[in-house]
Design a protein around this ligand. Structure first.
Ligand SMILES: Cc1ncc(COP(=O)(O)O)c(C=O)c1O
Length: 697
């Protein structure tokens, strides 16, 4: 029989609410409520109360004895050791960890967690993943073997103080996602860290008694906003974040000598100083790297050999990490076979089959080196298919192509004749009403709508339609009006889902365009679509008019193809999306906590999409401001984070990186607060960054 021993941690001292477990409600201590509830577990063979070796902890031991439980007294700070010592002679196969500041913890939930862990033969499982339960119900289950390994090897202060971080880092958490419960509960607190928490628990026990299931308490709180408000602003897991911050030593990067040299001459050689305007000097503070020498995993090194945690990951194209081993190996071995031939490489067939396998409803594919080529090709096909001239897209989306049909509609339309710009028409993103009005205005003239299927703003969407409704209705509306719908998955592909938003919402656009993350930064993009449209670009329909679709010398270079094949394999064989989303969520949670703690809710906002959190920085008047934004970038860059206001989680980022980011964020906040008092001008070196699409330089 599997032996399961439960340990509950209890201590007298607590900086925020001393002696909290001894506080009483209706003549009973919180600890007694907690112990009585955990004892109802069907699976845990015995419970041990692990307390500290301070004299005052005798009160805890007395309560344990009163309810017939064992206790163990051990180290105050090395909780991992206390924990291990408490259980080491028990011959436990599995250990359950709960904390005694959770008086309304639920035995059913404990048993479900234990059962899941054991029946799936996991080394670790917890119900805290994805924060789907209220705070106050946390249960962790792990093998005794893993506990022993952590006890022997963990050296970081936070690992010793919080028992399980070391174990969590050593197991593959991506396979454990548990999506049974709605996230609506995640902001509720039925734990006791502060007196306001105690007030909530007191109200719950006095109103509902102490023997209800967790859902009864949680629903009660949800249905009574006044109760929820009492402790709603208290921060979750603050203690762990603070002890991580104590451990992390931030870099202090001040040497940009080689970067300054680079900046001096590059604009004489290359118009714009580089090959993507959003990588340009006018997009960054002056105290920043001008050029990168190398990257590995989640890190890059600049021309001064400064090391940075990367956030934008090659304008979102590096989905696995820089120089990701299996991709590099695949590319290297293909390079030895030559890269370009008079006839296509045989790899074209392999990647065509592999990619199309991922995209339901699409039968044919064309590759290219850049995203703009495939979006422009999609537009051309739509015009050829419908015989119409106009192209429609949401005017509030930032980018679809560097070609004239799109750039002509932006502020920097110099060089694009009006006659071309007039062939593009715009509507309000995500608004079906606005799209309807556009079709009414241009009846039988619109060839296609091209739209990104999801924006980061969609995470807290206030539009009249949900994103899913918008996509489904937009496709219907296009078809009803004889137009095609093109989903531009350039940014969303391999990020919102695998392969993208179209599978997330189960939609079948007529065509889809892909790029960025699909070959881990290598130059490989794709247009996929339905046969009847795509084959217009073919050469087999004898006697019909030919559409000159994509035809470039380098479009089928073999190393790009092999990078795509290797990248898809990594996505297929690992839970890359879950890993990336979990880190995106962690980053949002930590930064939101810091923003809240520092009363900056009106000045720093996060678009909370887990696949790509975007930050908005505002001035004293609560208006988005490039000066304040650039100051924040400067402060993050100084601390070793190549930050441009966006975080694109990739498979090489780790939880440690997220804590590093959060610590740099918390330090940068201090400078930001100073700027809110005295203006950013005295704190920012050089000029604020500028918009990419602007009329004047
Ligand atoms: C949504 C979207 N579509 C198309 C493109 C064009 O891709 P590329 O820069 O590879 O030409 C971009 C580039 O940023 C994009 O964000």
């Amino acid at each position: 029989m599997v032996k399961i021993v439960g340990i509950t941690q209890a201590r007298i001292g607590s900086s925020r609410l001393p002696k909290k477990v001894l506080l009483k409600i209706k003549d009973k201590t919180l600890l007694e409520y907690h112990l009585e509830r955990i004892k109802q577990s069907q699976f845990v063979n015995n419970w041990i109360v692990a307390t500290t070796n301070e004299a005052e902890s005798d009160a805890i031991c007395d309560i344990a004895t009163k309810v017939n439980l064992q206790f163990y007294k051990g180290s105050l700070d090395d909780v991992l050791d206390r924990f291990y010592q408490a259980v080491k002679d028990e011959n436990a196969d599995y250990v359950v960890r709960v904390t005694s500041d959770c008086p309304l913890i639920d035995a059913t939930l404990i048993d479900e967690t234990v059962q899941f862990c054991i029946s799936n033969k996991l080394d670790y499982f917890s119900n805290v993943f994805e924060d789907k339960y209220p705070d106050g119900l946390d249960v962790e289950v792990f093998s005794f073997k893993k506990l022993e390994e952590a006890w022997e090897n963990a050296i970081l202060k936070a690992d010793r103080e919080h028992v399980t971080p070391y174990i969590r880092r050593k197991v593959d958490l991506s396979q454990y996602s548990n999506d049974l419960i709605d996230e609506k509960y995640s902001k509720i607190r039925i734990t006791v860290d502060e007196v306001l928490d105690f007030n909530v628990i007191e109200h719950l026990i006095e109103t509902l008694g102490a023997n209800q299931s967790w859902e009864i308490y949680a629903d009660y709180i949800l249905n009574n906003p006044k109760i929820k408000e009492i402790n709603g602003s208290i921060i979750r897991n603050q203690g762990y974040m603070k002890s991580k911050f104590e451990e992390i030593k931030l870099r202090n990067i001040t040497n940009f000598v080689a970067s300054d040299e680079y900046r001096k001459t590059i604009h004489q050689l290359i118009p714009g100083g580089c090959h993507t305007y959003s990588k340009g000097d006018d997009q960054f503070p002056i105290l920043s790297p001008a050029a990168i020498v190398k990257g590995k995993g989640a890190y890059v090194w600049d021309v001064d050999d400064n090391q940075f945690l990367d956030c934008s990951m090659g304008l979102t194209s590096v989905s696995l990490g820089h120089a990701y081993d299996s991709v590099v190996e695949a590319v290297k071995s293909e390079l030895n076979n030559g890269v370009n031939f008079q006839r296509p490489s045989h790899l074209e067939k392999e990647i065509a089959e592999k990619f199309l396998d991922l995209v339901p409803g699409h039968d044919m594919i064309k590759f290219s080196k850049n995203g703009s080529i495939v979006t422009t090709a999609a537009v051309k096909l739509a015009r050829a298919h419908t015989g119409r001239k106009l192209v429609a897209f949401p005017g509030d989306h930032p980018f679809y192509s560097y070609d004239d049909w799109f750039i002509g509609k932006t502020a920097c339309n110099k060089g694009v004749p009006d006659e071309i710009s007039e062939l593009s028409v715009t509507f309000k993103g995500c608004s079906i009403q606005s799209l309807k009005e556009l079709f009414e205005k241009y009846p039988d003239q619109i060839a296609c709508v091209i739209s990104e299927p999801e924006k980061n703003q969609c995470a807290n969407c206030t539009c009249e339609n949900t994103n899913e409704e918008y996509l489904k209705q937009a496709i219907e509306l296009c078809h009803a009006n004889g137009a095609l719908f093109i989903a531009d998955e350039m940014v969303t592909g391999f990020k919102t889902e695998f392969p993208g938003t179209i599978t997330k919402y189960g939609i079948t656009p007529d065509m889809a365009t892909w790029g960025k993350g699909i070959a881990n930064g290598f130059s490989f993009c794709a247009l996929t679509g339905k046969k009847e449209i795509m084959e217009l670009g073919g050469i087999t329909r004898e006697g019909e008019e030919k559409v000159f679709l994509i035809s470039t010398t380098h479009g089928g270079e073999t190393h790009g193809l092999s990078a795509a094949i290797a990248t898809i394999d990594v996505f297929k064989n690992n839970n890359v999306i879950e890993h990336n989303h979990a880190l995106g969520k962690k980053l949002i949670d930590l930064c939101s906590q810091l923003i809240q703690e520092n009363n900056l809710n009106d000045y720093i906002n996060i678009m909370p999409s887990v696949w790509m959190p975007v930050f908005v920085f505002k001035d004293q008047n609560k208006q988005a401001c490039q000066g304040f934004r650039t100051l924040f970038l400067q402060e993050m860059i100084r601390r070793g984070i190549l930050f441009q206001g966006v975080f694109v989680p990739c498979f090489s980022h780790t939880e440690e990186d997220i804590y590093y980011f959060a610590k740099a964020f918390s330090e940068s906040i201090k400078v930001y607060q100073q700027a809110l008092k005295e203006g950013y001008e005295g704190l920012l070196k050089g000029s604020p960054a500028k918009a990419v699409f602007r009329k004047l330089l």
